[in-house]
Design a protein around this ligand. Sequence first.
Ligand code: NDP
Length: 257
Amino acid sequence: MGYQEKFRLDGERAVVTGGGRAIGLCCVEALAEAGAAVVVIERDEADARGAFALRDKGYDIDLRIGDVTDSARMEAIATDLADGGRAATILVNNAGIGQSGVPSQDVSDADWLRMMDVNVNGVFWCSRAFGRHMITRKRGAVVNLGSMSGIICNRPQPQTPYNVSKAAVHHLTRSMAAEWAEHGVRVNAVAPTYIETPMVMAVVANRQRIPTWLADTPMGRMGTPEEVASAVLFLASDAASLMTGAIVNVDAGFTCW
Ligand code: NDP
């Protein structure tokens, strides 16, 4: 197989959670452009509008409504796809939430639990549900959205719950990778720096923090969702056939300092 061909995903079926906007939407486009049929999981139809617009480019985009914190629903979607002969061969665990600026001593039980529910439980429920069908078929690739926040502690804003949730995603990645290697299923993660998405830019306080972030970044800039999607595409494809359990920094050098 030629090198270019290894990036092709013809005949693959990818599931992207939270694929309706920002990083998730770019992952949908990257995977679809490489030839995959893509199923987006979003909480409601309006959220998926961006992904549906990609159908105009001739891409095979489907939608399943669901919340990643709903384990039973994730199981039902995975089984339904498999029963229809369309089991997922690629899973991108992108859905996630962020919260920053609250010192640990002031974090409420509810906020802590919500963060873990979406960012950690959601990744586990989806990996287990879709991974089971990959194991049956002896092939698959899972790509998780980790974060540099799972490696370093951001400044100036405190954000312990988010940081802990992403560190958990990284170790979930390694743990499942080690278990599932013998079943032909690869599990990797990307660890992005600050990316210009609503999660980051919609927080007014973040605007004052940007100069500090850029001063902490060797490349002196934030990233784009497309730059994250390129790394996700690589990890999802045969071009990364020897990679599993990797946490790939997509961080403009942030974690070098
Ligand atoms: P956005 O908030 O822009 O988009 C997140 C998407 O996930 C939305 O479509 C959202 O839908 C969906 N979603 C959220 N919660 C759930 C849920 N419980 N069930 C199903 N879908 C859900 O986020 P980003 O694109 O910025 O981030 C995507 C991922 O990348 C996250 O995991 C994030 O932690 C990670 N990341 C982001 C960075 C950044 O700087 N932006 C940096 C490092 C990592 P809805 O409209 O319903 O909320």
